[in-house]
Design a protein. Structure first.
Length: 155
């Protein structure tokens, strides 16, 4: 079945089964490779995208559930001023080690800062709790979120 989607501000069509997870539509059908496969059950956060501004795990989100929702991936988040600040802070603080989880981390951090412009440590813990970093860069992730929010960042 053909699904009309809005991905990173562009109208696209994907001819897939309705129960196909958005992650595979993005990667295999549309060539959008930023969201990564990590666990397949929405527990690690590597596949996080924004759906109408909310962070969602694309590995467990059937494409048929999207309707007219706007999907933003790591490839498009920098077009948003908050997303750009987060990406810049990530680079400035050299957050990534292996980098595999970082697209999902940035997507969750951007959603947090759009909801709470000056998050507390507890806010950060809650928002980022579903994103796993096997390299354990959590201290630098927190510092980058604080820097992007204009708060003092200690890495």
């Amino acid at each position: 079945m053909a699904f009309k989607l809005n991905v990173n501000g562009k109208a696209v069509t994907a001819d897939v089964d309705g129960d196909t997870p958005l992650l595979w539509v993005l990667r295999d059908t549309l060539g959008v490779l930023g969201p990564k496969y990590g666990c397949g059950v929405g527990a690690c956060g590597a596949c996080t995208v924004h759906v109408d501004g909310a962070p969602m795990r694309s590995c467990s989100l059937p494409v048929e559930s999207l309707g007219a929702a706007k999907v933003v991936t790591i490839e498009g988040v920098g077009a948003d001023p908050v997303g750009k600040r987060v990406q810049d802070a990530w680079t400035e603080l050299d957050v990534a080690q292996c980098g595999y989880c970082q697209a999902g981390q940035i997507m969750s951090a951007t959603a947090l800062l759009k909801a709470k412009s000056r998050p507390t440590d507890a806010d950060i813990d809650e928002a980022m709790g579903g994103n796993i970093c096997r390299c354990a860069t959590y201290t630098r992730i927190r510092a980058a979120i604080k820097r992007a929010s204009g708060q003092k960042a200690e890495a």
